[in-house]
Design a protein around this ligand. Structure first.
Ligand code: AMP
Length: 287
């Protein structure tokens, strides 16, 4: 194995990718914000699986905590950073290149462009965190144009993000495939997240309640019955159980994120809720 190369500036990234392209190799991209866990590594595994490493296919990971997608300076400052451990994990997973730029490499002075995807950047996390989803769309566009991969991997854990990138790639004729990867969960159902390290033991014990709530609701709603006050009651139950805030608990169409009153088309439940300062999101297919 050739080992992992770490680059921090665009010129070095493009030079490295160009050597692979000249050799006729393909490139798969896994964008992350670091503090890597088994969910991120499942994306790397999928990238290798689509294109086995030894057959001239390269996997690039990025670690960039994108300031544009944070609506809260304290949240940005407190986002976990574990670069040395991340590098070891990426190397062990057979990643060829890590691009971990400083913010000024991505957003030089004067940067003022923003990407939005109508209908997909303004609901759910976009409504709860103003500017968040278009910040994600903007950085993903930049990373894709920087790496120019054949395929890019996104987790279903951030389903709104996945759908938004799929739509954006289609609308902007991006010559790449957006590949979804199933959510990796702890044995108690909690979706793996870099933010989970911020949970106290008591909060960690409460956190799987989110997935249990989604699972119970999915079972109840799968027959297409009208929502009525089902979601409002489940939201109250989360607050009573000890969640400090529920940003949303909603049923939406899987392909468009249109709000639904019953699960009569392919649909998912989406939740965002806080335990103290830790904001957790999850989603689950209903039908
Ligand atoms: P993040 O570092 O949180 O921005 O996530 C980077 C990528 O990893 C995104 O495509 C996420 O959807 C994906 N991801 C994060 N957590 C998980 C998980 N538990 N299972 C699968 N993919 C995940």
């Amino acid at each position: 194995m050739a080992g992992l190369t770490v680059v921090r500036d665009l010129a070095a990234l493009r030079a490295k990718v160009a050597t692979w392209r000249q050799a006729g190799e393909t490139v798969r991209l896994v964008p992350t914000m670091g503090a890597l866990h088994a969910g991120h590594l499942a994306l790397v595994t999928a990238a290798h699986h689509d294109c086995p490493y030894r057959d001239g296919n390269r996997v690039v990971a990025t670690i960039f905590v994108n300031p544009l997608q944070f609506d809260n300076a304290a949240d940005l400052a407190g986002y976990p950073a574990r670069e040395a451990e991340d590098i070891a994990k990426l190397e062990a997973a057979g990643v060829d290149l890590l691009y971990a730029p400083p913010p000024e490499d991505v957003y030089p002075e004067g940067f003022c462009t923003s990407v939005s995807v109508a209908g997909l950047t303004d609901c759910l996390c976009g409504a709860a965190r103003p500017g968040h989803m278009s910040g994600v769309a903007t950085v993903v566009t930049k990373l894709l144009l920087r790496v120019l991969p054949d395929a890019v991997y996104f987790g279903e854990k951030d389903y709104q993000q996945l759908l938004m990138v799929q739509r954006m790639a289609l609308d902007l004729d991006m010559p790449l495939t957006v590949v979804p990867v199933a959510t990796v969960r702890e044995s108690d159902g909690l979706a793996l997240s870099s933010r989970n390290v911020g949970l106290s033991p008591a909060q960690r014990a409460l956190a799987p309640q989110l997935y249990r709530t989604l699972s119970a609701l999915a079972a109840t709603l799968a027959d297409g019955r009208p929502l009525g006050d089902t979601l409002a009651r489940a939201q109250m139950d989360l607050l009573t159980a000890g969640f400090s805030q529920v940003d949303y608990l909603e049923l939406r169409a899987e392909g468009s994120l249109a709000a639904l009153e019953a699960a009569r088309v392919p649909s998912r439940l989406f939740v965002a809720a806080c335990l103290g300062s830790v904001r957790l999101i999850d989603n689950l297919k209903v039908i």
